[in-house]
Write a protein that binds this ligand. Structure first.
Ligand SMILES: NC(=O)c1ccc[n+]([C@@H]2O[C@H](COP(=O)([O-])OP(=O)(O)OC[C@H]3O[C@@H](n4cnc5c(N)ncnc54)[C@H](OP(=O)(O)O)[C@@H]3O)[C@@H](O)[C@H]2O)c1
Length: 241
């Protein structure tokens, strides 16, 4: 049996409507999985490839909406907590915005994982959280984003240890610079773009597919002894100067 064949597995990808989450959702779909995604708008508003995916509209910044996602998704074998947001122009220095970013990027992961955990335990399932290089580096303009992403690394370890005896593995991926709408500002500013390329040994921006491959590995039996781990996928950026 091909360990990367996900036929009959149900995969829920939060924020599967766009960017990295969409790349992960497409990869699982193409590997045979039944895929459910979430997005903040209604399904017909997306120009991305969400074909053959069930769609749940939700803002993960409120408990009610997170509970709705858990209810509508039902039994899940693989949960990918990918949805995330950032607020630019120093907005994250305001407490209200700080709290909102923490709610969307971190608290929703705890709530959704806990709600889906009984079902995940029944099938020895797996959770994959999307963190960031800002889990490890300062994020001087985005203190909420950085704190939420650092929190994901720690939460990943805690849930991995708490749920190992129930057969649920919990891991994270820390992407480097990936070309999505979230990083459009950096892609379009020549000085930032060229510095990113200079410091990235593989010499290019990452693509959602680069993250998807690692997500498939982590969800597969190939990674059955991997839990509590955050894998950095950054083309070598973080070990370069
Ligand atoms: N791009 C990078 O370089 C990079 C690096 C490290 C980590 N990450 C992380 O990777 C994940 C995906 O980011 P991306 O780069 O793919 O960005 P993106 O293209 O902007 O996608 C973000 C996704 O999250 C969803 N989302 C945003 N706010 C939400 C909210 N309040 N409630 C529910 N869903 C919400 C979006 O839904 P809509 O489609 O409806 O907007 C979208 O599906 C995020 O957790 C991000 O922090 C990205």
């Amino acid at each position: 049996m091909d360990p990367l064949n996900f036929t009959k597995k149900h995969v829920l990808v939060t924020g599967g409507s766009n960017g990295i989450g969409n790349g992960i959702a497409r990869a699982f779909r193409d590997a045979g999985a039944v895929v459910t995604i979430t997005g903040t708008r209604s399904a017909e508003k997306y120009e991305t490839d969400i074909e053959d995916m069930a769609f749940i509209q939700a803002d993960l910044g409120t408990d009610d909406e997170v509970q709705k996602v858990a209810r509508e998704a039902g039994q899940v074998d693989i949960l990918v907590n990918n949805a995330g947001m950032v607020a630019y122009r120093r907005q994250e220095f305001q407490t209200e915005i700080f709290r909102r970013i923490l709610d969307v990027n971190l608290t929703s992961i705890m709530t959704l994982s806990e709600l889906l955990k009984p079902g995940l335990a029944e099938v020895s399932g797996s959770i994959i959280n999307i963190s960031s290089l800002t889990s490890f580096f300062a994020s001087s303009g985005n203190p909420a984003y950085g704190a939420s992403k650092a929190g994901i690394v720690q939460l990943t370890k805690s849930l991995a240890v708490a749920w190992a005896a129930d057969g649920v593995r919990v891991n994270a991926i820390a992407p480097g610079w990936i070309a999505t709408s979230m990083t459009e500002v950096s892609q379009n500013r020549e000085a930032i773009n060229s510095e990113i390329l200079r410091r990235t040994p593989v010499g290019r921006w990452g693509q959602p597919e680069d993250i998807a491959g690692v997500a498939l590995f982590l969800a597969s039996p190939l990674a059955s002894y991997v839990t509590g781990e955050t894998i950095t996928v950054d083309g070598g950026f973080s070990c370069s100067i």
